[in-house]
Design a binder for this molecule. Structure first.
Ligand code: AMP
Ligand code: ZN
Length: 429
């Protein structure tokens, strides 16, 4: 099922030509933005000289710091009257990153979501419960309007309490949810405690899971716990929010809508492009935005391009699930560690539950605090110690250092309404 079949299956030469046309228009438009005009002058770039996609590399990068420095509206490429909506990114420190939408941008963002819904087999008969927070965060409204465009019944539940989510699911027959991986787990535990069997008692069939990195093991666990299909949904405020890249029914990488975004993978340290298939930082250029297009935006998200055609027939290239952020690497006792490595190990152990935090303290002490699964502890202290050792050993094999492991009761770690905070760094180094 396609939402815009022609564009979703455009052959490569036509897609390349469309990208170039839109890139040239975007660069021309950005001459009006003082930040980009300055960069073009500095680097001797004349927009009319952009003649092929290879010229992309001559264009400057844009960073999160550039957005903050130009806050609130220094990067706007249209007049204030043409702006319809504002969203901000969920960054927790300092000024947020603000992104503006024109009327056309609001509509395009919804189209991209509608494509994603169709691509995962959702139809107008589905009932979509959006469990993401509504407000400045794009996961609420942008997804909402996309679902409405597609034509399903939309329940704007927001993150709310699990009791209320369950009630809505029961009363209105929710079939599709949009949720963070951490909340999906929390909700699965909640159902288990309530004695609700989602396979028998609910109509759920699919979930769009995103907003934070998670592993394939986590996907498998959510699917098993809720009896549903989980599709990875990737996006960021700077590029509309959700709907930048999405899995199709094949669940073999995320199609990135290349008629809207130019995709590059670079070495984060040098800024140089990496060859196809190599993992590096995802850099995105929005070529179909009116209010605030961005050139070569450094997402900090790590991924790689999956080559070759997809069985679904879409020609837009796929990216591998995000394996972490170039700035969330931890250095513990001289060893480079990504939180995702820890998650992968934890989720592969059946007795281990679904919520965890990584605590760094003192002079480089790492403790992995993790919940037991509801059936993970039989009451025998000896077994608990064995399990603790097993987890620590498996982590050592993956990370090369042996962290402390603290096993805690199911449901005892805090769950945030938005993105999970997995790392607490209180080191006094
Ligand atoms: P925000 O702009 O606040 O919505 O945050 C966007 C960021 O959330 C991205 O740059 C990623 O770091 C993260 N993110 C969103 N979706 C996913 C996903 N499916 N997998 C991994 N990380 C994600
Ligand atoms: Zn596909």
């Amino acid at each position: 099922m396609f939402w815009q079949q022609e564009i979703e299956t455009l052959d490569r030469p036509a897609l390349d030509a469309l990208q170039l046309k839109r890139l040239r228009e975007t660069v021309g438009k950005l001459e009006r933005v003082p930040f980009y005009r300055g960069k073009f002058l500095e680097n001797g770039i004349k927009p009319e000289e952009i003649k092929s996609m290879a010229d992309l590399r001559r264009l400057p990068f844009t960073t999160a710091e550039d957005l903050r420095a130009n806050y609130p509206d220094g990067m706007l490429a249209v007049s204030r009257e043409e702006v319809l909506r504002l969203h901000t990114s969920s960054g927790t420190t300092g000024k947020p990153k603000a992104l503006f939408f024109s009327r056309r941008d609001v509509d395009t963002a919804a189209e991209l979501i509608a494509r994603a819904f169709c691509m995962t087999g959702v139809t107008r008969r589905d009932v979509f419960q959006n469990m993401m927070s509504y407000g400045l965060f794009t996961g609420g409204l942008v997804m909402h309007y996309g679902a409405e465009k597609m034509g399903c019944l939309v329940i704007p539940a927001g993150p709310g309490t699990s009791e209320r989510q369950l009630l809505l699911m029961q009363d209105f027959g929710t079939t599709v949810i949009h949720v963070t991986p951490s909340y999906a787990f929390y909700f699965a535990d909640f159902l288990e405690k309530k004695g609700v069997d989602p396979r028998k008692d609910l109509s759920l069939r699919k979930a769009f899971v995103g907003a934070e990195p998670y592993t394939e093991e986590t996907r498998n666990k959510i699917e098993a716990a809720l009896g549903i299909e989980v599709y990875n949904s990737y996006g960021l405020t700077e590029m509309n929010g959700p709907g930048v890249a999405f899995e199709c029914e094949g669940k073999c990488g995320l199609h990135l809508w290349e008629d809207n975004f130019v995709l590059e993978i670079i070495n984060p340290a040098t800024g140089e492009p990496l060859s196809e298939g190599k993992t590096g930082e995802l850099v995105l250029t929005s070529i179909n935005r009116e209010a605030m297009p961005l050139l070569r935006y450094r997402t900090r998200d790590l991924s790689s391009v999956i080559s070759g055609p997809c069985a679904c027939g879409r020609t837009h290239r796929r990216i591998h699930r995000i394996t972490g952020r170039s700035d969330d690497m931890l250095i513990v006792r001289g060893v480079n560690i990504f939180p995702q490595q820890i998650e992968r190990v934890l989720m592969s152990i059946p007795q281990i539950g679904r919520n965890y935090v990584i605590q760094l303290e003192g002079l480089d002490e790492m403790t992995v605090k993790v919940e037991l699964s509801p059936a993970g502890f039989d009451g025998q202290v000896g077994h608990l110690e064995q399990l603790q050792n097993l987890v620590a050993e498996k982590l050592r094999a993956e990370l090369w250092i042996r962290p402390h492991v603290d096993l805690v009761a199911c449901g005892s770690l805090p769950v945030s309404e938005g993105k999970a905070k997995r790392v607490i760094d209180k080191r006094t180094l």
